[in-house]
Design a protein around this ligand. Structure first.
Ligand code: MRU
Length: 343
């Protein structure tokens, strides 16, 4: 797999996910504002990848701080990055981690802080890959051998520093020798399933069938799907899960048809400060994502549009939440804080 994001001497390099699979183009962000813009415009997307980008954005932004402007500059960098996208909590988790570190090191002098912020951003990146491999090893035993796994959106290498969360579980099951195939929802309006998940799995040689979102219920009812595995953008303390719009419909249809519905996510996607998913902010994106496909209008001009980028799946539809520390099951108010507390 090509690297999703990299720290280089020239800046933060990212694969432009808006251009895949047609073109493989890398962009170099030379400033923190460019990193923020890349997150906002979804050149980089997926909760853990956004977290890594934010960590690198803070490290990059602080390279232009001076001793006199240290605190105001840190605030400006962090605020700019935090304003990009509201739902994935990994963004705020990473900014908070970097900010706390910067403040704790202030007395060591600017050069030391700058160097240690780069080290920390690289740690966030490397940890993410290790975390995804651990999610994969906890999740692989749950995937039924010889069956089809349904996934929604892209929770793969492109949505993380590498390997993926939901696709990490699928990769780990394949690596363990299971004979599985994948059904990938196309995931309108941004087409992460068609453009990114299908591309990733094809590169890995994993048998994949692309379906439009409205076909998922048909295949669940027909007994075609052995389990569903999706990622998450934010998980509340009670186990309600915010993920890409359309996830909720899949979860309800999975339960109706007695198909297990798993969520694969790192502990950094938990927001234990929120009692329920009702409190998760849902991003509303531009109408054009709905009225146009690749710049071609597919709807009458002037039509009203709604475009929530995420929905919340209530915990009663979630069979298990696969994290790097193990699998949480209901009651999530008990299991999630217990997992998070493991050192
Ligand atoms: O709008 P996106 O593409 O950033 O949304 C991504 C998703 O919803 C993913 O499923 C989620 O972030 C998990 S990625 C490992």
């Amino acid at each position: 797999m090509l690297p999703t994001i990299q720290w280089t001497d020239a800046g933060v390099v990212m694969i432009d996910q808006t251009r895949l699979p047609k073109e493989t183009i890398f962009i170099t962000c030379k400033t923190y504002q460019e990193v923020a813009e890349a997150i906002r415009t979804m050149i980089i997307r997926g909760a853990p990848a956004i977290g890594v980008a934010a960590a690198m954005g803070v490290a990059l932004g602080m390279q232009s701080a001076t001793a006199a402007t240290f605190r105001t500059h840190l605030d400006t960098v962090c605020e700019t990055l935090a304003k990009t996208r509201p739902t994935a909590v990994n963004l705020f988790w990473a900014i908070d981690r970097m900010k706390k570190l910067a403040l704790s090191l202030e007395a060591e002098g600017l050069a030391a802080v700058q160097a240690k912020l780069v080290d920390e951003a690289l740690r966030v990146y490397e940890d993410d890959i290790a975390i995804n491999k651990a999610i994969g090893s906890h999740g692989a035993p749950l995937v039924p051998d010889g069956r089809v796994v349904l996934t929604h959106c892209n929770a793969g290498a492109l949505a993380t520093a590498g390997y993926g969360t939901a696709l990490g579980v699928i990769r780990a099951a394949v690596e363990a020798g299971k004979k599985i195939a994948v059904f990938a929802d196309e995931t309108r309006p941004f087409l992460q399933g068609a453009r990114l998940t299908a591309w990733e799995l094809q590169q890995d040689g994993i048998e994949t069938t692309l379906i439009t979102d409205n076909m998922a219920g048909h295949f669940l009812k027909a007994g075609k799907i052995g389990c569903v595995v999706v990622g998450a953008d934010r998980i509340a303390r009670n186990g309600d899960v915010a993920n890409k719009i359309g996830t909720y419909s899949v979860a309800v249809l999975a339960k109706e048809n007695n198909v297990p519905f798993y969520v694969a996510a790192p502990i950094s996607t938990l927001d234990l400060t929120l009692a329920s998913g009702d409190l998760i902010p849902i991003e509303e994106r531009a109408a054009k994502e709905v009225t146009e496909v690749f710049g071609v209008p597919v709807a009458p001009e002037g039509i009203g549009v709604a475009n929530p980028a995420f929905d919340v799946t209530p915990n009663r539809y979630v069979t298990g939440i696969i994290t790097e520390k193990g699998v949480a099951r209901a009651p999530y108010e008990v299991s999630l804080p217990a997992l998070a507390a493991i050192e």
